[in-house]
Design a protein around this ligand. Structure first.
Ligand code: ATP
Ligand code: NI
Length: 309
């Protein structure tokens, strides 16, 4: 691990205790050996299709997994492994989440209290007014309750809350759906400014095209694991600069690159293939792909593929 990493996730696995017919139980492993790290001053974007484990990673870091979840691996903040209790202590202070759902707003709390706390100092009030202005939120918005907000307003308030928390690490889980392009770009600009001020930002997004242009590095998730971590530049350059067949396929599936779909489906957690999770869809598959595949360094990035060069 490089010294200046502020948050790192190593070999994270998450499974849920599930009930089948009758009293039969089984464990559904939804995240396997996932790795990720972020440094102050950078935005790491997480790309990956629906169900690839992006939100669960955020919840695991924040200590927000439900009671039937079992977690293994290490989550490190400022060089120290953090447990559930420490995550709860850091949450909202050092580590802030912009949740994927606007349902996370407290329905009984007025917007102003929600965003800046009950007894804010003058500096926070000023900062809140400034960010509301940038997000085109009228001053009257401060006195509203969540049910009086549109989806887009609620989203902008969630982003504002995380920004004003003063946290060192911000995980934004799909912060832009429901926002028009101007507001989405404003939100991304705010994340960029936070990173430039020295905060670490993890940006989960479906809009990989926007992410390429604002992030420093990209992590690609597939079926609950990281398959590649690379400079955002590599994703702008395209398949030759990328390392994992899935990252290359994601690039080719972008509208501007021909919209070529990837045949097959992301495997369901109950039915994971042996070894490489992408192997059933991979044109380069060999017998060795059924072994456990570690992340390795290739051309300055990290990839989970034995055929990458
Ligand atoms: N409480 C739970 N119990 C059982 N399975 C769960 C639970 N929460 C999530 N999962 C499963 O874990 C997998 C990863 O979910 P996650 O919400 O992290 O996906 P995601 O990458 O954020 O997707 P999206 O882009 O749709 O938000 C999914 O297959 C999901 O069904
Ligand atoms: Ni999600």
């Amino acid at each position: 691990m490089r010294k200046d990493v502020i948050l790192s996730v190593k070999d994270l696995s998450v499974s849920f205790r599930m009930y089948d017919r009758g009293l039969e139980q089984y464990d559904l492993q939804v995240i396997s050996n996932l790795t990720l790290d972020v440094r102050p001053g950078e935005i790491v974007a997480i790309a990956g299709s629906s169900g690839s484990g992006k939100s669960l990673l955020a919840h695991a870091v924040m200590g927000l997994l439900p009671g039937n979840a079992t977690i293994s691996g290490e989550i490190t903040y400022q060089g120290k492994v953090i447990n559930q209790k420490q995550k709860e202590q850091l949450r909202g202070k050092e580590l802030a989440l912009v949740p994927q759902s606007v349902a996370y707003l407290d329905p009984l709390m007025r917007v102003d209290v929600q965003v800046r706390g009950a007894k804010p100092d003058q500096q926070i009030v000023q900062a809140q007014k400034e960010i509301f202005r940038r997000f085109h939120l009228d001053e009257k918005t401060e006195k509203l309750y969540p049910f009086q907000l549109s989806g887009g307003m609620a989203r902008r308030i969630l982003v504002s809350t995380a920004v004003l928390s003063g946290a060192q690490v911000i995980i934004a889980d799909e912060p832009t759906p429901g926002l028009d392009l101007e507001m989405a770009l404003e939100a991304l600009k705010i994340f960029r400014e936070l990173a430039d001020e020295g905060k670490a930002v993890i940006l989960i997004t479906h809009d990989i095209d926007l992410a390429f242009h604002i992030a420093d590095r990209i992590a690609v998730f597939y079926a609950g694991t990281t398959v590649e971590m690379a400079a955002a530049q590599d994703f702008i350059k395209g398949p030759k600069a990328l390392r994992h067949p899935y990252s290359k396929a994601l690039w080719e599936a972008l509208p501007q690159n021909g919209f070529k779909p990837i045949p097959g489906f992301q495997p369901y957690a109950r039915n994971l293939p042996k070894g490489c999770l992408f192997s059933p869809r991979c044109p380069h598959k060999t017998a060795e792909c059924e072994k456990i595949i570690p992340m390795t360094e290739v051309r300055g990035g990290y990839v989970r593929c034995i055929h990458a060069d």
